[in-house]
Design a protein around this ligand. Structure first.
Ligand SMILES: Cc1cc2nc3c(=O)[nH]c(=O)nc-3n(C[C@H](O)[C@H](O)[C@H](O)COP(=O)(O)OP(=O)(O)OC[C@H]3O[C@@H](n4cnc5c(N)ncnc54)[C@H](O)[C@@H]3O)c2cc1C
Length: 329
């Protein structure tokens, strides 16, 4: 007897909607997420941006959408477990699966739905003194709550789209913002650059690097920077590293999933080449068809996958579970 009927990998938007659909279809599921928060790319990459293309929601702040998706995901009591990276999947002799979490703990299940998106986010680093010591204490890789930066002197490293987006979002609340770029190349939309310069709180320093992050033991207080005029120490409360992420694809060493480019190949039931393992969202693609990496698309794929999982774990059940509007919750 397996611990769960279904393990869902990833609590990004697709995994969250899959968790909701699993609850709706009365599938005993467990969702495993390596980060300590739900929402995947929404929360990690663009929490303060507006989203306009969710059906029935004309506009919503991305982090609010992630929160609502989490609320919906857990409304039937299906568990989402954080700090739980799936490190391997093994197929057992009876066709069920053993899912390895964080390299040690194992959980058994009848089916697996992979919603791991672009994979694991590994933030790029500067590699300077103070960076690790002050991680989370003034050194950040993204902006999650704008108000936490109120009145601050902020250094943003990286003059790309993310760097300028954050500068523009923070400009109304910050005391000062400096965008540093190691070379003389700005790779951001012209509209964003103009908005930043018009705000008069944003200064752009090209050919400038951080050489050291300085703090008082508790938090960042300054940075040492080196530019065309040599080294100087600049007061800073926060340093935001907009220098992108390495995306580490998932490699479940005990199974071989067929891929198409960077995608796990699925059929129209969102089943992979291994019976009982499904994939949906940004990680999956129906072989060689055009793919649209969008929230609404991932949700539809998750719903389709879950209906097929239901039929797989309960062969006598119907494929289509009916309309939620027929329920009286
Ligand atoms: C800047 C930006 C703006 C965007 N704006 C929009 C928009 O306006 N509208 C729109 O429709 N789409 C937008 N998108 C795209 C949308 O965010 C993605 O399509 C969506 O996030 C995909 O969801 P997902 O759950 O498939 O993957 P992800 O969001 O990548 O989530 C995957 C989750 O799986 C977790 N995970 C990965 N590997 C493991 C593992 N081994 N074990 C456990 N957990 C794991 C990750 O930590 C992550 O939480 C935007 C994307 C970006 C980058």
């Amino acid at each position: 007897m397996s611990d769960f009927e279904l393990v869902i990998i990833g609590a990004g938007p697709t995994g969250l909607f899959a968790t909701f659909a699993a609850g709706l279809r009365e599938i005993k599921s467990l969702t495993l997420e390596e980060l300590d928060f739900p929402g995947g790319q929404i929360t990690e990459l663009y929490p303060e941006k507006m989203v306009y293309d969710m059906p029935g929601i004309p506009r919503i702040l991305a982090k609010d959408l992630a929160q609502k998706m989490y609320e919906q995901a857990t409304m039937f009591g299906n568990e989402v477990r954080f700090n739980s990276k799936v490190t391997d999947i093994k197929q057992l002799n009876d066709g069920t699966f053993s899912v390895e979490i964080n390299g040690s703990q194992n959980i058994t299940c009848q089916a697996v739905l992979i919603c791991s998106g672009v994979g694991s986010f590994i933030p790029n680093k500067l590699g300077v003194d103070g960076e690790d010591e002050y991680a989370g204490k003034g050194v950040f890789h993204s902006v999650k709550v704008i108000d936490e930066f109120k009145g601050q002197d902020i250094i943003i490293v990286g003059a790309g789209d993310s760097g300028f987006d954050w500068a523009n979002e923070l400009a109304p609340v910050a005391n000062s913002i400096k965008i540093l770029q190691h070379n003389a190349v700005i790779k951001a939309e012209e509209r964003s650059i103009k908005e930043a310069l018009d705000s008069h709180r944003v200064e752009i320093k090209l050919e400038t690097n951080i050489t050291k992050i300085i703090g008082d033991g508790q938090k960042v207080t300054a940075v040492e920077i080196e530019g065309k005029n040599g080294k100087e120490t600049v007061k800073a409360d926060s340093i935001i590293l907009a220098i992108s992420y390495k995306i580490e694809p998932n490699n479940f060493k005990s199974i071989t999933l067929q891929t198409s480019g960077r995608y796990i190949k699925v059929n129209h039931a969102y089943e992979t080449n291994i019976k009982g393992i499904y994939a949906a969202g940004d990680i999956a693609n129906v072989a060689d068809e055009p793919k649209f990496n969008l929230l609404a698309v991932g949700s539809a794929e998750a719903y389709t996958a879950i209906n097929n999982v239901k039929k797989y774990v309960h062969p006598t059940s119907s494929l289509f579970g009916g309309h939620s509007s027929s329920l009286n919750l």
